[in-house]
Unconditional design. Structure first.
Length: 276
């Protein structure tokens, strides 16, 4: 979910709907909103010569969208073998149960309540389907159960809502925790250094061609917002609503209720570190 829809541009690749890398194709869900940007990106992953595909985040419970994902897989001469979830928010997972019915596939997620089948996902766990290799990367912060998926062969990472293609991510109290989120951004940045990740395949918005630049921007943005909240508190703005009006004046007012949840997460972080 996006905190703000218009921030400084970063290098992007192609359109929202269609092929992004040799192994990743996006099917855009028809659920645009200020929080979901253009809609949810459902990702179809497969080795170029494989008959098996993995679907990440089937999206909301929208029958037409789910069937379009199935058709896209079948038109490439493949079948869905596995469904993965980046986190539990319904714009990503709401259609998972119905998609599992349509494809007769298990659904794997970090949160046991979201799984269909016996297998879950753990930190660093390898997932291999039809020669396609993925690695689960724990990236809590946006939600407690947020995962990213490293796609080494394409130098790419699927980030769910942890890094978006446009704007910045909500860290909404109480499920969202800022300390965890900052750690997750640093973990993703390490992938750009140690694992050759160049491309971000986000849960919303366009693909980002400069993964390291995008993550660095997020880290700077978070530090700036946190400093602004701390300054607002020092100036006597004590309630989350007062802080939002002071700090998020440049954000569309329709997003202020969500921004208030983000401020609560920032205040919790400041208290934990003895700064508020």
């Amino acid at each position: 979910m996006s905190e703000a829809a218009s921030l400084p541009g970063r290098p992007r690749i192609g359109s929202l709907d269609g092929r992004a890398t040799p192994r990743a194709e996006c099917v855009l869900a028809p659920n645009p909103s200020p929080m979901t940007l253009d809609g949810t990106n459902t990702w179809i992953l497969a080795e170029p010569d494989s008959e098996l595909a993995v679907v990440v985040d089937p999206g909301p419970e929208d029958e037409e969208h789910l069937r379009r994902v199935v058709r896209t897989v079948e038109q490439a001469g493949r079948r869905v073998a596995l469904t993965l979830l980046t986190h539990h928010h319904p714009d990503h997972s709401g259609g998972a149960a119905r998609f599992a019915e349509l494809t007769d596939t298990p659904v794997r997620a970090l949160d046991a309540r979201e799984r269909l089948g016996e297998e879950g996902l753990g930190a660093g766990q390898a997932i291999v389907v039809g020669g396609l290799e993925l690695r689960a990367v724990p990236t809590p912060g946006h939600t407690e159960d947020s995962l990213s998926f490293l796609l080494p062969a394409d130098g790419a990472v699927l980030t769910g809502d942890t890094v978006l293609g446009r704007g910045t991510t909500m860290v909404a109290h109480p499920d969202g925790r800022l300390g965890d989120y900052l750690d997750s951004l640093r973990r993703l940045r390490s992938l750009t250094v140690d694992d050759g990740v160049r491309t971000v395949l986000p849960g919303h918005g366009p693909v980002l061609a400069d993964a390291q630049g995008a993550i660095d921007y997020y880290l700077v943005h978070r530090a700036k917002r946190l400093a602004e909240v701390e300054t607002a508190v020092e100036a006597g703005h004590l309630t989350p609503a007062e802080i939002v009006a002071h700090v998020y004046a440049d954000v569309d007012r329709s997003l202020w209720p969500a921004a208030e949840l983000s401020v609560r997460a920032q205040l919790e972080y400041l208290r934990e570190h003895g700064l508020a």
